[in-house]
Design a protein around this ligand. Sequence first.
Ligand code: R5P
Length: 281
Amino acid sequence: MKIVCNEKSQVLAARTASVSGLELLTTEFKKFPDGELYIKTGRTDDETVIIASITDSDSFIQTLLLTDACEGSEITLVIPYMGYARQDKKFSEGEPVSARAVAKALSEGVSRVCTVNIHEKAVLPLFKAPAKDSSLAPYIGEYIRTLGLEDPLILAPDAGAADFARDVAKGMSFDCDHLQKTRHSGTEVTMEPKELEAAGRCVVIVDDIISTGGTLVTAAGMLKQQGAQSVHAACVHGVFASGGFARLSAGKIASVVSSDTIESASSRITAAECIKNAILN
Ligand code: R5P
């Protein structure tokens, strides 16, 4: 079994190769003058693991080309971050189910698919091959422990992320809650923990994705007003769109961490061990 990767998952693929003892093949990536992409990878085995986050159109095309290049090998496709998973239904007439279109295309010629904290589990059956999702929640909990915060409060930014926050807190026996929005008027909305008090506490807001950071900055501001001692942020997929990381920094969030499902300077949690367990079991 050998590993290949697209350009956006080089670091994670190297880390996965290191923890699993599997060989990582080098791949050449080029762009033709007309913008078309080219890849050439090394000699594959009977089984190949492709590690490929889909963060943009080029990474999507590179991944399609990789699966084609690995034909004849039994392919496990690992998608650490799956862009387009948030459009998992038609919200209005004329829209595509983007997650379905992407899942169908990517799973052509693939034996199985592994994802990491996919935004919607309902996307898994849209792949044409058996697909399973793994969670980095325990690794995020472990990372929070290393911050050395006194009795931290783990908070989900909304009810939808409450299960994820509970999974982060579980192994470390941290307190956990989720933020609840109350609309006071057309323009005035407040957010506070549903059951616990933030006053005097170090709060860590956890979510699967940080995109623009808008949700977190608003929540952090309100938690500070409620007397929180400090507000930290941790997520699986650090998209940081439209200056999201700078927005969080300027928003007085004490620390921001993400995993290497999207590789950036804030990727201080690795998905390598989690992926190793998914591909070898
Ligand atoms: C939404 O369902 C996701 O879990 C995140 O809460 C959302 O993507 C965050 O977006 P932003 O960082 O742009 O506020």
